[in-house]
Design a protein around this ligand. Structure first.
Ligand code: AMP
Length: 663
C-alpha cells in the first residue's frame, strides 16, 4: 500500500507536546491528512508554534505513521492545522519537499510516469458532494465568494468588507492582526506590517533580488529555511507562505462566520503566470489553513467563467488582469462550458504597487525641491508617502488633478513642515509610461506568439483594480481597436468565477496551459526546454538522458522554469536525484515528466534499455553549484541585446527582475 493510501486511512491522532509546551498528550480526530500536514479536530487545540511528536492511527487504533510536528494554525473550538516536520517509523520516504511534487514510490511496480494525486477526490468523497468556496488570494486584497444556485455572492468579512487587505501585522503581544486591522497599523508600524507578500511567495531567495525588493517593502526581508523569502517582524519571522496561510485562515474563519457552517474546501485562484514553486506554496499555505484545495485555478480563467460565456457558440477572449502586484494577459477560447487557455504571459513584478512607488518618489522629489533640503525618509515617512501616493492615483482615475497633503511630514531647519503637493493626470501618466509600455509589449508578445491579430479577439475583459485607470483602458482600446468590457467588477470577478468553478456539478471543462517552460541546464549553461511554455496540460513526455561520465551511482538533474536562454537565470525548481541504476547497465535514462490538469509536475525514471525502474526524488535545497560549474559559463546569446526596453528607474528594476525570473 502506498504511503498516501495509508495516510488516507488515518482517523485519529495523538500529539505528545514538547516539554517546553507542557509535555501534554492531546488526542483528537483528524482530517485532510497528507504527507506534509493534517488538521486536528479539538475544542482546545495547542497554540501555534507548539512542536512535538505525533502518532496517526486508523479506526482500529493501529498506528499508521509517526513523526514530528509543529502547530501552524490554532482555532479554539475548532482545532489545529498541524505541519508534519518529519515522518519517521512507518514512513517510506520523507515528505515531498515542495508539498506537491510527487516523486514516484520506490520501485514496487514497473516504472511508469506516475500521476500526482490531484485532490479532487478526497476520503472517498465525490467532488459533487463537497461544499466549497472560491478564493481570490490577491497581492493587494483577498476576496471570497460562494455560488448559490448559480448566483455568485461575495462573502463579507466580519468587519463587513467585501475585500480583505492582504496584509498582516505583528502586535505588541506577539499576536498577528490580519486584513484591515493590519492595514490600519501599516502607517504607524511599517516595519511590522507585511503587504505585497504574494510577489515573493514561492520565489527562491536570491540575495540580489532581496536587495532589490527591499526597496519596495518597509519590513525586513530575510532568507528562511528552504531558501525562501520571509519577513522579520520584531520577535517573529514569517515566511511568505506563512503569511498566505494566515490570510487564508482568516478568509476561512470569515466565511464560516458568515455562512454558519464549516468550510473545508476551496478553489483558489493564482496568476496564470505562477510557476511550479509558487503554486506549491499556495497549496501548502491552504493546507496549513485547514483548507483542501479542490483546484488551483488561473485567475483569468476564473474571470472568464464569471464573464459568463456559456451562451456563446464560440468566442475568443483576452483577459487583461492588472492588479496591485502582477500583470497577466491570457488568451482563451470559450465555447459553451469549455474554457481553453490558448496562451498566457505576464510579469510577476508589474502592478499598482510599482506605480504607487513612482508617485511616492515624485511627491518626495517635489517636496525636497520646495523645502530646498534633501530628505532621507524614515520607514514611517515612506509608508505615509506610499499611502498618499495610492490615494492620488485613485483620485486621478476620476479627476484631472489632485493634491497630496501630509501634515508634519518632516522637520526642516528644526521646524515641522507639511507636505502639500498637487499632481495631475498627465504627471501620473508620465510616471506610468514604462509600466504601460511593458504591459503592452507582453500583450503583443502573447498574441503574436499565437499568430493572432488584435482584430481576431471577440471580447477584451478587464480585471484587477488598476484597470480602472483611464490610461490603461485607453492603451487597451488603442491596441485592440475596441472598447474593453467594463461589465464586470474588476475586484470581484475572479472570486466569483472561482466560486462558480467550485460549485458542485461544475460542468465546466477547464483546459489550461503550462505558464512557463520547464527544462534543464546543458553544457554552456544553456536552457534546454523539456516542456515548452503554453503547452496544453495535462501532458506527459519522455526524454532519454545520457549518463554522466563514469556512470555514477546517482544522477542529479537540476530543473529550471522560465524563458531565459541562460538556465540559471530561470527559477530553480530543485534537482531530480535518480538512483538505483543496475551496475554495468548500458544506455541512458528514460525520464518521464508529466503535468496534470493544473500544471503540477511529477516525474519517473527507468533505464532506457531494458526498462528497469529507478528511484527518483526532487530535492529543492540541494546545492547545484558543482554541477553547474561543470557546465561552464553561459555561452549563449546575450538576451539583453535582443530586448528593447524603457530605461527609467522603474524599468531598470524590472530588468533586474526579468534577469532573475525570465519572462
Ligand atoms: P487588485 O490586486 O486587483 O486588488 O488591484 C489592486 C490595485 O488596483 C492597487 O494597486 C490599487 O491601487 C489599484 N486600484 C484600485 N482602484 C483603482 C482606481 N480606481 N484607479 C487606479 N488604480 C486602482
Amino acid at each position: 500500500m502506498s504511503r498516501e493510501d495509508r495516510l488516507a486511512g488515518a482517523v485519529r491522532v495523538t500529539l505528545a507536546l514538547d516539554e517546553g509546551a507542557g509535555g501534554d498528550l492531546v488526542t483528537g480526530s483528524v482530517r485532510d491528512v497528507s504527507s506534509s500536514a493534517f488538521f486536528l479536530e479539538q475544542e482546545e487545540p495547542p497554540a501555534v508554534g507548539v512542536e512535538g511528536r505525533f502518532e496517526l492511527m486508523d479506526a482500529s487504533g493501529i498506528v499508521l505513521e509517526t513523526g514530528t510536528f509543529r502547530v501552524v494554525l490554532s482555532q479554539p473550538g475548532l482545532g489545529a492545522g498541524v505541519e508534519i516536520l518529519h515522518l519517521s517509523a512507518h514512513s517510506l520516504r520523507p515528505p515531498a519537499p515542495s508539498g506537491v511534487f510527487e516523486a514516484p514510490e520506490p520501485p514496487e511496480e514497473p516504472a511508469q510516469a506516475q500521476a500526482v494525486r490531484v485532490p479532487t477526490l478526497l476520503h472517498g468523497k465525490d467532488l459533487a458532494d463537497v461544499f466549497a468556496i472560491g478564493i481570490d488570494l490577491g497581492t493587494s486584497n483577498t476576496c471570497a465568494a460562494v455560488d448559490e444556485d448559480g448566483k455568485g455572492r461575495l462573502l463579507v468579512t466580519r468587519q463587513g468588507e467585501r475585500k480583505m487587505p492582504s496584509m498582516l501585522s505583528l502586535l505588541d503581544d506577539g499576536k498577528l492582526a490580519v486584513g484591515s486591522a493590519a492595514a490600519r497599523r501599516g502607517v504607524l508600524y511599517p516595519e511590522r506590517t507585511v503587504y505585497g507578500s504574494k510577489r515573493l511567495l514561492g520565489c527562491s531567495y536570491e540575495p540580489e533580488l532581496a536587495r532589490e525588493m527591499q526597496g519596495h517593502f518597509a519590513y525586513p526581508l530575510v532568507e528562511m529555511k528552504g531558501r525562501v523569502f520571509g519577513a522579520a517582524l520584531a520577535s517573529r519571522r514569517l515566511s511568505m507562505e506563512d503569511v498566505a496561510r494566515h490570510l487564508l485562515a482568516a478568509v476561512r474563519a470569515n466565511a464560516e462566520a458568515e455562512l454558519g457552517r464549516t468550510v473545508e474546501y476551496a478553489v483558489i485562484t493564482v496568476p496564470a503566470h505562477f510557476g511550479e514553486a509558487q503554486r506549491a506554496a499556495v497549496r501548502s499555505a491552504a493546507r496549513g489553513a485547514g483548507l483542501t484545495v479542490l483546484r488551483l485555478l488561473a485567475e483569468p480563467t476564473a474571470a472568464a467563467i464569471a464573464y459568463g460565456h456559456e451562451r456563446d457558440e464560440h468566442a475568443r477572449l483576452v483577459v487583461f488582469d492588472l492588479g496591485g502586484g502582477t500583470f497577466d494577459l491570457t488568451l482563451l477560447d470559450v465555447s459553451r462550458k469549455r474554457f481553453e487557455v490558448v496562451a498566457t504571459g505576464g510579469d510577476l513584478f508589474l502592478g499598482g504597487l510599482d506605480l504607487d512607488d513612482s508617485v511616492a518618489a515624485f511627491l518626495l522629489e517635489r517636496f525636497q525641491r520646495d523645502v530646498r533640503s534633501p530628505i532621507e525618509p524614515t520607514p514611517q515617512q515612506v509608508a505615509r508617502l506610499r499611502e498618499v501616493a495610492e490615494e492620488c492615483k485613485l483620485s486621478l482615475s476620476v479627476q484631472p488633478k489632485t493634491s497630496a497633503h501630509l501634515p508634519h511630514f518632516a522637520e526642516v531647519n528644526g521646524r515641522p513642515v507639511d507636505l502639500s503637493e498637487t499632481i495631475s493626470r498627465e504627471d501620473l501618466e508620465i510616471l506610468a509610461a514604462p509600466l504601460l509600455d511593458r504591459m503592452m509589449t507582453i500583450t503583443a508578445e502573447v498574441l503574436e506568439g499565437q499568430g493572432v491579430s488584435p482584430r481576431d479577439i471577440d471580447h477584451v475583459v478587464l480585471v484587477g483594480g488598476m484597470t480602472r485607470m483611464p490610461a490603461v483602458q485607453a492603451r487597451v482600446e488603442a491596441y485592440f481597436g475596441r472598447r474593453p468590457s467594463l461589465r464586470m467588477h474588476p475586484d470581484e470577478a475572479v472570486a466569483l468565477g472561482a466560486a462558480r468553478a467550485a460549485r458542485a456539478g461544475r460542468g465546466h471543462q477547464l483546459v489550461d496551459v503550462l505558464p512557463l517552460s520547464i527544462g534543464v541546464a546543458t553544457p554552456g549553461r544553456r536552457f534546454l526546454r523539456l516542456l515548452a511554455r503554453n503547452t496544453q496540460v495535462p501532458v506527459s513526455r519522455e526524454f532519454v538522458l545520457p549518463r554522466s561520465e563514469g556512470a555514477p551511482e546517482e544522477e542529479v538533474v537540476p530543473l529550471f522554469q522560465g524563458e531565459r536562454p541562460d538556465a540559471t537565470a530561470n527559477e530553480y525548481l530543485g534537482s531530480l536525484v535518480i538512483t538505483g541504476m543496475p551496475e554495468g547497465a548500458q544506455g541512458g535514462i528514460a525520464l518521464t515528466l508529466k503535468l496534470d490538469a493544473e500544471s503540477v509536475l511529477s516525474a519517473s525514471a527507468s533505464m532506457a534499455e531494458g526498462g528497469a525502474a529507478l528511484t527518483l526524488s526532487l530535492e529543492r535545497e540541494r546545492p547545484v553549484d558543482v554541477i553547474l560549474a561543470a557546465l561552464g559559463d553561459y555561452d549563449g546569446p546575450d538576451f539583453e541585446r535582443h530586448v528593447a526596453r524603457p530605461r527609467s528607474g522603474l524599468a531598470l528594476l524590472f530588468d533586474r527582475f526579468r534577469a532573475l525570473f525570465g519572462g
